[in-house]
Design a protein. Structure first.
Length: 366
């Protein structure tokens, strides 16, 4: 064996050993060969209503943008102040790292000219840069009609608003219902155990007076059927994060349905990695990335300089951890569990992390 051949064999052995070590110690580099810093990223669903010191610099450094999503249209003061702050942050950081989404005003839902007033509000929001509109789970699970029944998301009062959004080519970001776990007994092994333990008002097991998970999924599906030109993005994997097969059924049935993974990546890690990977590859044009991180200075306390730095560091850590799961190979620890990474191909990652959002919301640019 000549010297050149020996070097070639040696280099192959080095590569093999490095791969083995990588798989044993955590997720290695994906076949996509796309690093966290290289890929353009858009978090389509977080709530950062505070001018946090160092946030903009961190986002620019890691090539990530956050769509600041206004939420809960039942408090007029909060609704207006959130919109104002979202617009202020978007203007201040004019490089587009903090664009925003509006929400539906629900205060006047029983008034005669309700839809017209909401459409007027949203029109002004779009003029000021809003990319989409959110509807929250209080529709279906909290708000009631004068007769005591729950206000459902497919109520006819919303139809003119949905038609308007379709005409404006603005997506509806729909957080409707809760994860299926909300209707099941508390289970310490479930990823939502901590949330429902600390927020029992949203744990609906045994509370038959509330709509079921199936009722709310059917109401959401009826919106998709009645408004085929409306782009509807199902927040949190469309509240079907327990089973990607259920998500797939809706994606197959409704061409105008999309989903984003904010606050549900942990649910995906608990499912068979091969099945989840195949789901992402098959529906690579229909899934968007999100985190659902919250910082609200409107209703919360102000952060100290040290707390602001900690918030920014934690946010970056969360983004990196998610990327490791979606792009890496081998195994890693995620929320206290050892799980298998997905190792998604480069083209799938690019669509998931930015391409799909840019296509559905042209205002994001490239």
């Amino acid at each position: 064996m000549n010297t050149e051949k020996r070097i070639e064999v040696f280099l192959k052995l080095v590569l093999l050993v490095s791969l083995i070590v990588g798989f044993g110690s955590g997720c290695g580099t994906s076949q996509s060969e796309l690093t966290f810093e290289e890929i353009d990223k858009i978090d389509v669903h977080s709530h950062i209503f505070d001018d946090v010191e160092g946030l903009a610099e961190m986002l620019e450094r890691i090539h990530l943008r956050i769509i600041n999503v206004c939420n809960r249209g039942t408090d007029r003061f909060v609704l207006v102040r959130m919109e104002e702050m979202a617009e202020e942050l978007n203007r201040k950081y004019g490089n587009g790292i903090l664009p925003f989404a509006s929400t539906i005003d629900l205060v006047g839902r029983d008034e005669p000219e309700y839809a017209e007033s909401v459409i007027e509000w949203l029109g002004k929001s779009f003029e000021n840069g809003s990319l989409m509109v959110k509807i929250w789970k209080d529709v279906g699970l909290e708000l009631k009609n004068p007769d005591g029944s729950f206000l459902m998301p497919n109520d006819p009062r919303f139809d003119p608003i949905y038609d308007y959004l379709a005409g404006q080519n603005k997506p509806l970001l729909a957080h409707l219902a809760e994860p299926l776990a909300a209707w099941l007994p508390l289970d310490p092994e479930n990823v939502h155990y901590g949330y429902y333990s600390n927020n029992p008002e949203w744990h609906l097991y045994g509370r038959s007076e509330y709509p079921s998970h199936e009722d709310l999924m059917a109401a959401r599906d009826s919106i998709l059927e009645k408004h085929p030109n409306l782009i509807l993005i199902g927040a949190h994997m469309g509240s079907m994060s327990h089973d990607v097969a259920e998500v797939a059924k809706r994606l197959d049935r409704y061409a105008n349905f999309y989903v984003e993974c904010s606050a549900r990546t942990a649910d995906l890690t608990r499912q068979d990695a091969k099945t989840v990977r195949e789901f992402f590859i098959k529906y690579q044009d229909r899934v968007l990335y999100g985190l659902d991180m919250t910082r609200n200075a409107i209703t919360g306390e102000q952060l100290s300089a040290e707390e602001q730095r900690a918030f920014v560091d934690r946010l970056e850590e969360r983004y990196r951890q998610d990327f490791q799961y979606y792009a890496g190979t081998g195994r890693m620890e995620y929320r206290g569990k050892e799980i298998e990474c997905l190792g998604l191909p480069k083209d799938v990652l690019e669509k998931f992390y930015s391409g799909n959002a840019q296509r559905l919301m042209p205002g994001l640019g490239n």
